[in-house]
Design a protein around this ligand. Structure first.
Ligand SMILES: Cc1cc2nc3c(=O)[nH]c(=O)nc-3n(C[C@H](O)[C@H](O)[C@H](O)COP(=O)(O)O)c2cc1C
Length: 322
């Protein structure tokens, strides 16, 4: 029994996924400490922040941290980002000794610096390259490879999600994560759940829906609306990681918020050391505390202290004052 589940919700390749709600990869957020806490709270698998293939191959100093995971986070998928099939393959081969459970190809990053050079969402406009990437990976590895895609490019071009999903399935993708927005929408506007439903109808591999899941009830609503096997949550999880255990933010008590922040602080200090672990925790703590009305001066003190002991003391004072 894993995550309180005895039967897998679905499988990615041969890997059983116990639970149907997953933390989305988010650059600058879903590092090992945050992912592992989300996993403990009920996220059903771990996807790393994107690993740029060029950085992997040039052994950029950021890669060992971005690819690090706790053993109990498994199944762990390394997400790769690039526009060149052979380079993506080489990066995956170099990462293989770290023993991920699978890889994911980023077909969604909308940033001009990424999509503009044909990587991330830029690949949506080059289906033959996508086919090649998945063929190369299928030939080289027995591990499952998933795709995290958007529904199209936008900017006046018709959505291509159905053709793309079928191409991905034909090319050996083990599951699809569908963010129901176009590249043009970036992170704005309503996610198109109808398009996710269309993908679900068009393929037989599992589909994980993503976009606009903000409340616990949205998880069920998305599943009913789209028929998808799993739901992936991004931004809502950095305000309410308890969403993975089906709890709305207003059901979480102040001491539980303090306890989570302290757990993440310990993980961060162990992982990044001092002061980086504390500095990187600040934005999370601010998000978790946003729900409460707290004097701005206290938040400022919490966000600016450079002492770990002071941080703990100020936090405790803040929590006691709620
Ligand atoms: C700060 C931030 C960083 C992100 N980084 C990644 C990334 O590294 N890889 C990826 O596939 N998607 C990334 N995304 C997109 C999310 O995984 C997700 O698809 C998107 O936020 C929509 O889901 P949501 O409406 O639940 O937030 C990022 C999103 C945000 C807000």
């Amino acid at each position: 029994m894993i995550n309180g589940q005895t039967i897998p919700a679905f499988k990615i390749g041969s890997i059983p996924i116990y639970g149907d709600v997953l933390l989305a990869p988010m650059d600058g957020y879903t590092d090992m400490p945050f992912r592992s806490l989300a996993r403990k709270l009920g996220s059903a698998a771990s996807y790393t922040e994107f690993l740029n293939a060029v950085d992997v191959i040039s052994q950029h100093h950021s890669i060992p941290l971005r690819a690090a995971y706790q053993e109990w986070e498994r199944p762990v998928f390394f997400q790769l980002l690039d526009n060149q099939p052979e380079r993506l393959l080489e990066a995956a081969q170099r990462l293989l000794p770290l023993q991920p459970d699978g890889f994911d190809i980023n077909l969604g990053c909308p940033a001009r610096t990424v999509a503009g050079r044909g990587a991330g969402a830029g690949l949506l406009r080059e289906p033959e390259k996508i086919r090649k990437i998945f063929h190369l990976f299928r030939q080289a590895f027995s591990l499952p490879v998933t795709a995290k895609m958007r529904i199209g490019w936008g900017h006046g071009e018709p959505n291509t999600h159905i053709e793309l999903a079928q191409l991905l399935e034909d090319s050996g993708a083990s599951a699809l994560i569908v963010h129901g927005r176009t590249r043009q929408q970036a992170y704005q506007g309503k996610a198109n759940w109808d398009a996710i439903a269309e993908v679900r109808q068009a393929v037989t591999i599992p589909v994980i829906g993503n976009g606009d899941v903000q409340k616990v009830a949205d998880i069920r609503n998305m599943k009913i609306h789209t028929g998808c096997q799993g739901v992936m949550i991004g931004r809502a999880a950095i305000f309410n990681p308890w969403i993975f255990c089906q709890r709305e933010r207003d059901q979480v008590l102040p001491w539980e918020v303090e306890s989570l922040i302290l757990q993440q602080l310990e993980l961060n200090l162990e992982f990044y050391g001092i002061p980086r672990g504390l500095i990187l925790l600040r934005k999370f703590a601010k998000n978790y505390l946003r729900y409460f009305s707290i004097e701005p001066i206290l938040i400022r003190r919490l966000m600016t202290t450079e002492s770990v002991d002071d941080f703990r003391n100020i936090l405790h004072g803040v929590i006691m004052g709620i």
